[in-house]
Design a protein around this ligand. Sequence first.
Ligand code: PLP
Length: 409
Amino acid sequence: MHRMSWIPHPKHCRLHSVWHAARVINFDANATAPLCSAAREAWLEAVDRFPGNPSSQHRLGTRAEAALEQARMEWAEMLGCDPGLLIWTSGATESANLLFYHLAQNAPANAELWLSPLEHPCVIAAGSRSFSSRVKFVRASPQGRIELDSFRRMIETTAPKPSALACMAANNETGVLQPWTELAEICREHKVYFVCDATQWIGRHPAAGLGSCDFVLGSAHKMGGPKGAGFLKIASTSPWMPLVVGGPQESGRRAGTENVAALLAMTATLRERELRFQRGDQLSLVQAREAFEHALPKAVPGTRIVGSDSPRLWNTAMALMPPLPDCQQRWVVRLDRLGFAVSTGSACASGKEKPSHVLEAMGLSADTAAQALRFSVTWESDPHHWSQLLRALDTLWTTAIQEVHSPQP
Ligand code: PLP
């Protein structure tokens, strides 16, 4: 049977929106990436082969448990850590909540939590709930990276030391890569835990080395795995304070039946993404993005790329668009009408009035931050999508200028 034969032609179709959605070019992979074929195949195979509950003692249960343990070993090998330090979760938000609850319960009552101001809201909110007024922010540069010298001075001159520093590996809005290996090293010297949110890094850049961070969080759906699957790598096997209670799963660290099929699909996704990176599949997408960034200010004068002097994820470009007579939302809506899904920033913050806290931490005013548009592609994207997007932006800008110079009566 032909793969797409289930989608009827729109003329005969009540599912017209399904047909239409299939034609949208996805530039919003940092919000979520479509399920990739490796994930779909692994998921379908897992639901057939492993129908049992991994906690059950019969063969269906022990087979499911063995498959999860095999996946845990594979992840441990790719991250470079002991498999006993990995907890399966439903995603990075859950991982952050489990982690900061545990840390706060174990830290001295006056211990601080230090955060990069560029963190995803799930890290800032979960950390702030558990550490309340004992949260402090470290400094970010105008190029969107944590300033290593400033952090080193801060930690050297602070006593008692904080319980932990949290800094992501790659930023979801700007794509800027953070100096997480250096930060982990400085934290180790000062016996401070280092927490790394690797949600946007995993599956795009090699996972190797992340296992040396004390705590790592990640999620399947940003790299093309299913939604509702993630992990938390912890520092040691010493007693854990579980936030989610009510069952012995995950060595008593996170109660609740594991989502076996989604976790196996997440593992297959990571395996496939690591191979793609080794093969260099990202290189043609990088070239296309560079050409786009070079040509954009010519097509839309006054445009600026955020964090352009910093190392960035190969799939992401954030542009500050020149002020239009319309509000920022219009770019997103108009691009959508032309068949491009883009975003104004983090998925959680988009659609709200508040300016991006990431851009504010980089020193941008609220007005400038409101001009940001984020474009992020998937592994499956065609490099030509970048030139198609450029043409669409060019068209929209030219039309907007014409509207200003010859307003409708
Ligand atoms: N961390 C980062 C950097 C993210 O980009 C996101 C999602 O946007 C999350 C955490 C939350 O991930 P999840 O959707 O798996 O809870």
